[in-house]
Design a protein around this ligand. Structure first.
Ligand code: ADP
Length: 587
């Protein structure tokens, strides 16, 4: 049970419900064990009356009392069973929710590197399937186990009291039932997992084919993809059949053992009645107990079978929960009032895993400066700008904002001050307004949104959308062009009025004219904020206060556009090439 420590702590939060649920469960189990005894007393009174010579007084009033007790007992039992389930299963559902929340919020503290290493489908299955397996085991599993453990001794005690021999005989089919349930449940779990997995594969195949439909068609791979989908569908069918077979086996075993138990009771009870050693009331008592013990015994075996699935699930959840975030808010932060926007890199060297991607980069950027960062693909531009907001662990003493090491600035404060527009403009399936206002807890003022949209040159597009800012994006909404997506993403960053704005090749899909418009607006605002603009297209950085050329993680050149052209290095060469390409395109 040690591995479930985290959940048990979560359960402890709901002590009151657990206590009340436990009381309900105890009372319901006591009634469950008592009802057959009362019923058999009634039968015995009739039996005695019928067999007495001469007949005595009819036991009418006793029978009425028995009837009243049975009725009252059954209703009360139903009441307590209801509350037992309601409270205990309710707690397990709450623990499940808490665990999911903990899992999700922990995931969001982890660095992008973690997500690059993990598969989304795998994380999702941990957050849903594994958490559910744990919940089933700790909730329903424990509840049934507890009521079984209460009911079995009471029932067994009474049965032994009435007929120890028959009780011993019954231990065979009932014990076999509980025992075989363990293996059967494990088999069921295995098959239902295989079904889940093949279903996931099937939907992934379909989803990928729909998403990549242009590639599939472009390469004329329809027949091949259909065949692959067919194979996945066939695997799904096979696993379903296996699951069905395991379920059928379950039924056979369950019914066979129950029928064997009933047969045993009828034979032994009948023989006993003939010999005068056992009566009808006793036979009834055994039949009643067997039918009541039947389900709890199944549940016990079921729980033993569930244990493995739940333990494996918990281990997979723990694995993620125990992954430490690579970047944490500083333990002893330097109190910073408001961030101004001055940035200094001091001999910054950085590596992801292997060889350094940035080597000895030093830069001093004034507040309000417009910095262009260019260089070959893979030269480290994205890495450099993602380090400003500590998306990856930053070496001590290498990046300073307003003279304070970024590792000393509270993470939230630092990231609030930086408006980051990544290369892949990610938009949620929400309205444009919600996408732009993503960084806000509440809805921002309309004028602020309008200003941000203007900064990103979105006004004309908005006017052409059916519902303006309220237009829905994504699966059930409009599809934006690459450039529009980038501009929504820029508006999102501008809305926060960050002191430092980072555009990581965020204008690549925007046409040159719109790009120029956005850059003009950025420059106007640049007196207020420091701008880092990464770009493949050199025309975007032409007007920057300073252009930094990276090459294999080092600063190869820096200066204004004019200065760099004069130097005749990579920048000047690339500038000339891009200009010729641009002119050729215009022809
Ligand atoms: P640029 O933006 O100039 O194209 P990047 O900063 O994206 O360059 O990449 C610099 C180098 O770092 C490349 O060799 C790239 O393969 C590597 N790299 C980028 N991101 C990661 C990552 N998350 N993990 C490991 N290596 C990475």
């Amino acid at each position: 049970m040690r591995r479930f420590r985290r959940c048990l702590r979560a359960f402890a939060r709901y002590r009151r419900e657990l206590l009340l649920g436990g009381v309900s469960l105890t009372l319901a189990s006591l009634l469950e064990a008592g009802i057959p005894v009362v019923a058999s007393r009634g039968i015995r009174s009739v039996e005695t009356y019928l067999s007495a010579e001469p007949r005595g007084e009819r036991p009418d009033s006793f029978l009425l009392l028995v009837l009243a007790l049975l009725l009252g007992g059954t209703v009360a039992k139903g009441f307590f069973r209801f509350w037992q389930r309601r409270l205990l299963i309710g707690v397990s559902r709450k623990v499940e929710r808490d665990l999911k929340e903990e899992f999700f919020s922990h995931l969001l503290t982890l660095a992008p590197g973690f997500f690059a290493r993990s598969r989304t489908g795998d994380l999702l299955s941990r957050a849903t399937g594994d958490v559910e397996a744990v919940r089933l085991f700790l909730g329903a599993g424990f509840m049934y186990a507890a009521s079984t453990l209460l009911l079995v001794p009471l029932a067994l005690g009474t049965m032994i009291h009435f007929n120890p021999g028959l009780t011993a005989l019954l231990a065979v089919p009932l014990g076999a039932l509980a025992w075989s349930m363990k293996g059967l449940t494990r088999r069921l779990n295995r098959h239902s997992e295989a079904v889940q997995q093949s279903l996931a594969e099937l939907s992934e195949r379909a989803q990928e084919n729909f998403a990549g439909v242009r590639v599939v068609k472009g390469f004329a791979r329809e027949a091949w993809e259909t065949q692959r989908f067919g194979a996945a569908a066939e695997a799904y069918r096979r696993h379903q059949i296996d699951l069905g077979r395991a379920r059928a086996w379950n039924h056979v075993v369950l019914n066979a053992s129950k029928d064997a138990a009933v047969l045993l009771i009828l034979v032994v009870g009948g023989l006993g009645k003939l010999r005068g050693t056992f009566d009808l009331a006793g036979t009834y008592l055994f039949l009643d107990y067997v039918s009541r013990l039947y389900w709890p015994l199944i549940a016990l075996g079921w729980m033993a079978g569930m244990y493995h699935r739940a333990a494996a699930g918990m281990a997979r959840i723990e694995e993620v929960l125990s992954t430490r975030p690579e970047v944490e808010t500083p333990r002893e932060p330097v109190p910073v009032e408001a961030i101004g926007g001055e940035v200094e890199l001091r001999d910054l060297t950085f590596a992801y895993d292997g060889a350094p991607v940035l080597r000895g980069v030093s830069l001093r950027i004034r507040r309000g400066e417009f910095v262009g960062i260019v260089g070959r693909i893979g030269s480290g531009k994205t890495t450099l700008v993602s380090l400003l907001g500590r998306l990856y662990p930053v070496p001590e003493g290498s990046i300073f904002v307003d003279g304070v090491d970024v590792n000393r600035i509270p993470l939230r404060k630092l990231r609030d001050a930086i408006g980051y527009v990544p290369q892949d403009a990610f938009l949620f399936s929400d309205t444009i307004l919600e996408n732009v206002a993503f960084g806000f807890d509440a809805t921002p003022p309309v004028e602020a949104v309008a200003r941000a949209a203007e900064a990103a040159a979105l006004e004309a597009d908005l006017a052409s959308f059916p519902d303006g800012l309220a237009t829905r994006l994504g699966e059930r909404g409009v599809t934006l062009s690459g450039g529009q997506r980038q501009r929504v993403s820029i508006a999102r960053a501008c809305l926060r009025e960050p002191r430092i704005l980072v555009l990581d090749d965020a204008l690549s899909a925007v046409d040159t004219e719109t790009e120029a418009r956005i850059l003009d607006r950025l420059r106007l605002a640049a007196r207020l904020r420091t701008v880092f603009l990464v770009s493949q297209r050199l025309s975007a950085v032409e007007a920057a206060d300073r252009i930094v050329v990276l090459d294999e993680g080092r600063i190869a050149e820096q200066g204004t556009h004019r200065e760099l052209l004069g130097r005749g290095g990579w920048y000047a060469r690339t500038w000339r090439r891009q200009r010729i390409e641009g002119e050729l395109e215009r022809l």
